[in-house]
Write a protein of this length. Structure first.
Lengths: 506, 95
């Protein structure tokens, strides 16, 4: 199609240059001369235009570095001076690393899989047809456009339900785990508010659960934030003791997003069943990555996020048990889509991508599991080979793809600044912008200094051994370098108690 | 029932998986598809059951279609090379 247009277009241009008389003579024969343009010539024309569109990522990293320097300078003069010094020396270390790597690229290695994951090309392949023609509203049932889209939506729902042993009718699509968590904490509490006034959750939950629970306090509810032990696990006896006759919901996350600790879901499920309270788990980091079964584990509500399983961002789901039925007040009022729990037109491209991502998590489960475990073991071994380092969270009850390590006497933020060639986070994505130490590590009983010096490493399906090797080498070199110039390390040597320091930037 | 493929057909399919995986511009996707292509063919190699082989062959052809389309997309929307990537380890360039 394209070739013909270009060819006929250029023939028109040539005609315009001819005198009028010959133009009319030619015009009568226009259908014939077209054949003179050989396919080879036409191909040459289209090939001149490159199909490649390149995204320059250097600019973004430069802008970010500048913004960070500015932000840190704003906090306090002393902190600024320290950060500046560390940053400058960090940059020296970085330059050394770059020089060594001449001939290599500049884009950082991605090791922040808990924040989000890259979209699997197979997921994109499923999504594309929704942008090229399959645009019907899945809720339109008067014509085939709606039907064909609806069919794809239901296939996706089946894939998503299958992974947790649920029925597809029990899956409600939402915009992500944040919405699912809000729906549960606010929705269940509001529905039962006449008789029940108490919610139980833990201190290491994601911000969206903690904030939703806090919002319910303002609506007259009581919330128990259970502590965790130093491995990050909840005490089952304490949990059982916290349940009251007016407790409506227990919300405990499956896999922690900062330390990768897996909570004893089956045991919690049993306790909740025994006391007839609803059990919700935030499985954003667990879904598809550890074995989950809503029936075996007595889970009544479960939150899922698509972008943590190599699916598109902006979609997630909530599993809501049908037998016995869990009731919740919807957050949105509207057309009554999704069993009336979540009104609004679905986003079929996102739903289908999410479904394909879930299908792939099932299909590739063993392969992913083995790969992630192997790289994780290598990374942990390599990092802990450095002095004064330790792994945060339980060593046995953990998802291997999330590794949180503390490097004593190194400030996490300055290590991150010195590691611009690796995309990492010093904890949850929402707190990494500030210098506030992680509340999750605090809940584990880590002191400020150690919480400050922790970094989270995320390994996924697309992480390679070469990247892990690079990270081990880069971290080891720069930890050693930063320690050698660290004011903290100096203070320790001078006998100053690090706990007496007030951290600014709250 | 789909026809059972010959040994040669399976081998040719395998070669195409490797070739197309190699043509991804994105380092991580390239390495991943190379890894699982090898893994999957190795895992399924001992299967004798004709019907099973035929089914796998059919499914693999669909997967190859995905790979062919997505490697082209990866070549169209490109990014800077990673710090672990040297200019020379970019697999085969254009198809
Ligand atoms: C445990 C946990 N819950 C909830 C979320 C939020 O998910 P979403 O981005 O889908 O709203 C995240 C991701 O940051 C998470 O790790």
């Amino acid at each position: 199609m394209l070739r013909r247009t270009v060819a006929s277009g250029s023939s028109m241009m040539r005609m315009a240059k001819l005198p009028l008389s010959s133009r009319t003579a030619l015009a009568s024969a226009t259908t014939l001369p077209r054949r003179h343009y050989s396919p080879a010539a036409a191909v040459k024309l289209t090939n001149d235009i490159s199909l490649e569109t390149h995204t320059d990522t250097q600019m973004a990293s430069r802008d970010q570095a500048a913004a960070r320097a500015e932000a840190s300078a704003g906090s306090s003069a002393k902190a600024a001076a320290i950060i500046d010094e560390i940053d400058t020396s960090g940059r020296t270390a970085l330059n050394a690393a770059y020089q060594e790597n001449t001939g290599f690229g500049t884009r950082p290695i991605y090791m922040d899989m808990q924040a989000t994951t890259p979209t699997d090309p197979r997921v994109l392949d499923t999504m594309l047809k929704f942008f090229t023609g399959l645009y019907g509203n899945p809720h339109s049932n008067t014509h085939s456009y709606g039907w064909e889209t609806n069919k794809e939506v239901e296939t996706a729902r089946d894939h998503i339900a299958k992974l947790i042993g649920a029925d597809s009718k029990e899956i409600v699509f939402t915009s992500g785990a944040t919405e699912s968590n809000n729906m549960v904490v606010k929705g269940v509490a509001r529905f039962y508010k006449k008789t029940k006034k108490h919610i139980i959750t833990t201190r290491t939950e994601h911000k969206c659960v903690l904030e939703a629970a806090r919002a319910m306090i303002n609506e007259g509810f009581e919330v128990t934030f259970l502590p965790v032990d130093e491995a990050g696990l909840v005490d089952l006896k304490e949990l059982e003791a916290a349940i009251r006759p007016d407790t409506c919901l227990v919300s405990v996350m499956a896999v922690n997003n900062e330390i990768g600790v897996i909570q004893p879901l089956k045991e919690i499920g049993q306790i909740c069943k025994k006391h007839k309270v609803y059990f919700h788990t935030d499985a954003a980091q667990a879904y598809g990555k550890i074995k989950l079964d809503v029936n075996e584990m007595n889970i009544d509500l479960l939150s899922i996020s698509s972008h943590k399983i190599y699916g598109p961002k902006g979609i997630g789901a909530l599993y809501v048990r049908r037998r016995p039925r869990v009731r919740l007040e919807p957050l949105f009022s509207g057309g009554g889509q999704e069993r009336g729990l979540r009104s609004g037109t679905l986003a079929p491209p996102l739903v289908a991508g999410f479904g394909e991502a879930a299908r792939l998590m099932h299909q590739e489960f063993e392969s992913d599991q083995a790969h992630i475990k192997r790289l994780s073991d290598k990374l942990v071994k390599g990092l802990l080979a450095n002095d004064h380092t330790n792994l945060n969270g339980s060593a046995s009850h953990r998802y291997p793809g999330c590794i949180n390590v503390s490097f004593a006497y190194v400030e996490g933020e300055s290590l991150l600044m010195a590691l611009r060639d690796i995309a990492l986070s010093s904890g949850s994505a929402c707190t990494s912008a500030s210098l506030e130490p992680s509340y999750v590590l605090h809940a584990l009983g880590r002191d400020d200094a150690l919480a400050h010096s922790s970094i989270r490493f995320g390994i996924g399906r697309f992480t390679t051994e070469r990247e892990v090797d690079y990270v081990i080498k880069a971290i080891s070199e720069r930890v050693e370098f930063l320690r050698s110039i660290s004011p903290l390390w100096e203070m320790v040597q001078e006998g100053i108690d690090l706990d007496s320091i007030e951290w600014s930037g709250h | 029932m789909p026809a059972t493929p010959s040994r040669l057909q399976v081998l040719s399919l395998y070669k195409q998986f490797i070739r197309n995986s190699n043509q991804f511009n994105n380092f991580n996707f390239r390495e991943y598809f190379l890894r699982i292509s090898r893994e999957k063919f190795k895992e399924n190699a001992p299967i004798q059951d004709k019907e099973k082989v035929a089914k796998l062959y059919e499914a693999a052809q669909r997967d190859l279609g995905v790979l062919k389309r997505q490697k082209l997309i990866s070549q169209m929307y490109t990014f800077d090379k990673l710090v672990v990537e040297s200019a020379k380890d970019q697999g085969d360039s254009r198809s």
